[in-house]
Design a protein around this ligand. Structure first.
Ligand SMILES: *Cc1c(COP(=O)(O)O)cnc(C)c1O
Ligand SMILES: [Zn+2]
Length: 413
């Protein structure tokens, strides 16, 4: 890889050659992929990008850690729409708001960006089997992207994972182990199994290439905004890989001179599980928390990528905000009603956080904000119905329709 210099431990600084099967540093720290930005600058220009027809995350190949001959995996991941959400902006009382809908990815979450990268690197490593543990989306995403590439998967999920995600896993032909325990316990079992059988590891924050896939969400936002840097980007946080990846992408663009400043990050977590935001608020090291929220994808009591996530929030002079399950459900409804975007609970937590910060007067009215919706609502229909209610149910009878409208205060105009 001409564009990559090496991998470096974020904790102790130890340097590693960037082989395709890299995992953690011997000190336990997470590795970061270090690029040769001078070389990349000679290879990539804004004009070159603009002329590209590849509408996927692989349009940014010069900024991605893959060998030149490595093909992009088959599923089309990335280049999700960035909608200007003017009605929602008005309701929140801010000048300009964009919604990046990553729920439109092939397996319906942002995790596809990491899984596409995992499949590319597994191919480079000559691996035939990939494994991971996940709250649900990384699992279904890996299973789908691997199935398309003809790789076998072993997947560990906590038994609480919503049915939609489990249905995806079974459909994609993964061997699925539903662990009767927390995500923490699920992760531990997967770790032991991966060690025992030597499978390619797609565990978040173990494989350093995954955030490099996730960073493409940041690259896309900036290209879609015509390189005009917003004031804030709001996103939900569990393990911390997504927010760290987003920040890496933005810093890459800054390093090659495509943008001239950096936005502030908004880290949104659930009140019932916010170990990273609590660390920022208290200035103390993070401590584990219960996994007490309906937003299952961010119910992460022991975040696996705390170091990179905390660094990203601090470096960006970011804001942290914790929202209740009630506020998450309200945001689900709000996004649906004002934008036509259907997010799962963790998917809309960034928007819920943004709404709360606006109400607290912490976002200036002239601000430009991007809110990333990280997963699709169809993955968890039970919670969507809990948030948005049941329909009017009547027999096929005009009289009953009139009565139902009257009872529900519906005036047809
Ligand atoms: C995984 C996930 C997140 C959080 O990403 P982390 O890397 O765990 O912080 C947010 N939303 C959805 C829908 C997810 O699947
Ligand atoms: Zn180290």
């Amino acid at each position: 890889m001409k564009n990559v210099i090496h991998a470096k431990c974020v904790k102790c600084g130890k340097i590693y050659e960037s082989t395709p099967d890299l995992t953690n540093c011997t000190c336990g720290g997470i590795l970061d992929i270090i690029y040769d930005y001078d070389y990349i600058k000679t290879q990539l220009t804004k004009e070159k990008l603009a002329s590209r027809r590849d509408n996927s995350m692989w349009r940014y190949r010069e900024l991605l850690p893959v060998e030149e001959p490595t093909p992009a995996p088959p599923l089309r991941v990335g280049w999700s729409p960035l909608y200007e959400a003017s009605r929602l902006a008005k309701e929140l009382g801010i000048a300009r708001l964009y919604v990046k809908d990553d729920g439109v990815n092939p397996t319906a979450s942002l995790k596809d960006r990491a899984s596409s990268m995992a499949v590319a690197k597994a191919m480079e490593a000559g691996a035939k089997v990939i494994a991971c543990s996940s709250t649900g989306n990384a699992a279904s995403s890996l299973a789908g992207n691997a199935a398309a590439a003809g790789l076998k998967t072993y997947i560990f999920v906590p038994s609480r994972a919503p049915k939609g995600k489990v249905a995806q896993l079974m459909t994609f032909g993964a061997t699925v182990i539903s662990v009767q325990g927390s995500y923490e316990e699920t992760f531990e079992l997967s770790k032991q199994a991966i060690e025992k059988w030597g499978w390619y590891n797609r565990n978040a924050a173990i494989n350093p290439y995954l955030s490099e896939g996730k960073k493409t969400v940041g690259l896309e936002i900036m290209e879609q905004l015509g390189w005009e840097v917003p004031d804030y980007i709001a996103i939900s946080v569990g393990d911390g890989c997504t927010i760290a990846g987003l920040w890496k992408g933005l810093k890459d663009l800054y390093a090659i001179g495509f943008i001239d400043k950096l936005p502030r990050l908004i880290s949104a977590q659930a009140e019932g599980c916010c170990p990273l935001n609590r660390a920022i608020e208290t200035g103390e090291p993070w401590r584990p928390m219960e996994e007490n929220t309906l937003a299952d994808s961010i119910a992460v009591g022991v975040p696996r990528n705390a170091d990179k996530a905390l660094m990203a929030i601090r470096e960006s002079n970011g804001l942290v905000v914790n929202v209740s399950d009630q506020e998450i459900m309200a945001a689900q409804k709000l996004l649906g009603r004002t934008c036509g975007v259907f997010g799962e609970p963790a998917g809309v937590t960034g928007t819920a956080g943004l709404k709360k910060l606006c109400e607290q007067g912490k976002i200036a009215p002239d601000a430009t904000v991007v809110s990333v919706v990280t997963g699709n609502g169809l993955k968890d229909v039970a919670n969507a119905i809990a948030a948005c209610g049941e329909p009017i149910s009547i027999p096929s009878d005009m009289e009953r329709l009139l009565t139902a409208f009257a009872e529900n205060g519906i005036v047809v105009d």
